[in-house]
Design a binder for this molecule. Sequence first.
Ligand code: NOJ
Length: 550
Amino acid sequence: MKVTDTSDLWWKTAVVYNLDVETYLDWNDDGTGDFQGLAHRIDYLAELGVTCLWLAPFYPSPQKDNGYDITDYYGVDPRYGHLGDVVEVFRTAKDRGIRVIVDLVVNHTSDQHPWFKEALKGKDNHFRDYYRWRDTPPANQAENAFPDVEDGTWFLDEKSGQYYRHSFYRHQPDLNTANPEVRDEIAKIIGFWFQLGVDGFRVDAVPYLLDDDTPDDPYDFLRTLRRYVGRRSGTGMLLGEVNLPHDEQYEFFGEEDGDGLTMQFDFVTNQALYLALAREDARPIAESLRSRPVLESSNQWGNFVRNHDELNLNQLSEEDRQFVFEQFAPDESMRLHGRGIRRRLPPLIDGDPRRLEMVYSLMFSLPGAPVLYYGEEIGMGENLDLPDREAVRSPMQWSDQENGGFSGASKRKLVTAVTGGGFGPEYVNVAQQRHAESSLFSFFRALIRTYRNSPEIGWGEFSIVEQPFDAVLAHTMRTETGQLLAVHNLGSEPHTVPVALDDLEPGTRVVDLFHDHILEPDEKGRFDVPLDGYGHRWLRVVHPGDKRLT
Ligand code: NOJ
């Protein structure tokens, strides 16, 4: 895809913020967050500076997988409100310059979805072929996504004697995306939400969604979806969940044509980040960034620190994973499925503000678009008393009042428990941080503002800058009109980092965007960057005559 007009490619420099309506703000005090509550917090999100809101599934659901088990793609779980309230949120967000994307969960439905209920009626039922059935499970079954909960991916329907496929929980039967009618249903769902005003979709579980049973190219389906998105919404995008090695992700992007998924989360670099933090050594991140394929210019990476699932370490070697476990999840109860950590970042690093700021500064400086998970902007922790992944899904902490200001309902009526301890609302909340200059929230505001003023990060050509310290990552992004150098110290030792940049005109200055500091490169483009332990700097290269604000 050739880019002619870059203004439509808003995702290239988006700041995405993910939340679940259920746990954000409860406006009617029934114990569950709702769309009215969210509508009242759009100004908060605008103040923080985010440009795209990603809403976790809010559709009617038995809630056996936090809403990723859907019974109606066109509705709203009545606990959150109704479609009118949803549209109100879309409208308010748009008015404040915030785009909205919603979860598209079409690898599977809930087993309570009317399609599956029909399909269970018998082999001749019209909806039978909406799902994937076999008389006997294949000899080499793919591993279930929750291997310690489910035995395999095929489950026997005793009535018909056939097995249906479920890549996730057994109550989530996989849709048969090879069936043209299912593809039409998916198109209709996408069309519906575009019509209501969304700007794109976070596409759940993409690798499972592609059909590997038919002789067609499995990526054709993605291309078809993307073309359809283009027709229905010229500026719509698909942000895919593909937790695979970089070379395989490249295929999901549509390789050099870039006509598959628009964006993908970079799970590889996310996992490398935690290994780097655990070792206080930046080299795993550099290695991961070097292994990224160069994308077609309209595609983009989504960078992130944490999300609503366990911190999945499945792409690390066994030895590296164990090392990260020992550092960050010493207790077995902190681990999940043998591959992940059910914690948020701040408690892993004892809430050390220098390290926290360094990690987010690093994440925002990586080529791509940053994706935040609600509560990261204030440094929320997890609640290990809650089961499974619920630990990282506790209510947003607005104040030190009852229930952290999330809801006026009595504690026992809350949809999920508020976090306690040192990271609970008594110590970590929005009200306390919003007006404090030295708070994490204020840091995030400055970080987001600076990211938005640095289009080099989303658009630029990336390279790693050689320097002598293993704990340090120095990288630069460059467009025709600008260049940014980011330097991060993963270790506690301060360093003076010698760097050299090519092609600097005489008189070029290097301006620190977070601290009041200007560096003067010598005639060979060399200069020293002083870095504290866990320090970070974003440096803009300002050529003589450059009129950009720094
Ligand atoms: C990925 C989602 O992130 C996760 O929360 C969910 O359980 C599975 N997909 C199944 O939908």
